[in-house]
Ligand binder design. Structure first.
Ligand SMILES: Nc1ncnc2c1ncn2[C@@H]1O[C@H](COP(=O)(O)OP(=O)(O)OP(=O)(O)O)[C@@H](O)[C@H]1O
Ligand SMILES: [Mg+2]
Length: 237
């Protein structure tokens, strides 16, 4: 797919893709870039549940696109989308997702696409989120946790992404809690850069008291450096 965009994956589910996608969107908007967001496939609730990824992305980023333009498939069962689809007797069609993405592209300069779970989450009987990312073809951002274990998770994910021929734009470490007794934490960013061979854009702290767009934007601008990535975008202006 041509145009500007980023595919957001993670080393697992619940690591912070939605939070990081929203933060990036807010940081891009702060630079005057018109950004759209997409969560093509989600599972585990109803589409208009305020806690769903599509609704949170819409609320936090303030995009005016309709929820149906942001979320193409929703399954209520809290299992991987491919299994949820199978159990609901449905099938996810990659062409429908690509068509929706093209529509959204006509309205925005940059699109951020949030995956689901990790890199190899099933979307059908024989295909996964990695296949969708390959079809889209954009660089990939990896969201990982900042603690012990993250070098291994991130390097494995990076290697799987490279195997599929995609470029990795960077890594964002998310959810650093204060006072955690883990001496690996200050060293992990540089060791990820060494062993996974990807730039770490920053470490996002854990935000207390619930997430809001204002708080997310503030921590992103403070802790995540997206200048280099922005310079790779062709904004046509
Ligand atoms: N930095 C943070 N500070 C506070 N809460 C956070 C932070 N990052 C994530 N969370 C919370 O942790 C939970 C998981 O984060 P998030 O929903 O972004 O993960 P995800 O990778 O998008 O998960 P999924 O695989 O379900 O899409 C959410 O409740 C979110 O609000
Ligand atoms: Mg999410």
């Amino acid at each position: 797919m041509s145009g500007n965009g980023l595919f957001i994956t993670a080393t697992g589910t619940g690591i912070g893709k939605t939070m990081v996608t929203a933060g990036l969107a807010l940081a891009l908007a702060d630079q005057g870039i018109d950004v759209g967001v997409m969560k093509p496939v989600q599972s585990g609730g109803e589409p208009d549940d305020p806690g769903s990824d599509g609704m949170r992305l819409k609320a936090w980023t303030g995009v005016t696109d309709r929820l149906q333009e942001i979320v193409v498939y929703n399954f209520s069962l809290p299992v991987a989308p491919g299994l949820a689809a199978e159990l609901a007797g449905e099938e996810i069609e990659v062409d429908r997702i690509l068509a929706a993405l093209k529509m959204l592209q006509q309205k925005h300069e940059v699109i951020l696409v949030e995956g689901a779970g990790g890199w190899v989450v099933p979307l059908g009987r024989e295909w996964t989120m990695a296949d969708l990312a390959v079809q889209i073809g954009w660089p990939v951002l990896i969201v990982a946790h900042p603690q012990l274990g993250t070098i291994n998770h991130t390097a494995l994910t990076a290697s799987a992404i490279r195997q599929r021929g995609l470029r990795i734009a960077g890594v964002v470490l998310n959810g650093l809690k204060p006072g955690v007794d883990d001496p690996s934490i200050p060293h992990n960013p540089r060791l990820i850069e060494r062993f996974a061979g990807v730039p770490v854009w920053g470490t996002v702290p854990w935000i207390e008291g619930g997430l809001t767009a204002t708080k997310i934007k503030k921590v992103f601008l403070q802790h995540v450096d997206i200048k280099k990535w922005i310079s790779t975008l062709k904004t046509g202006g």
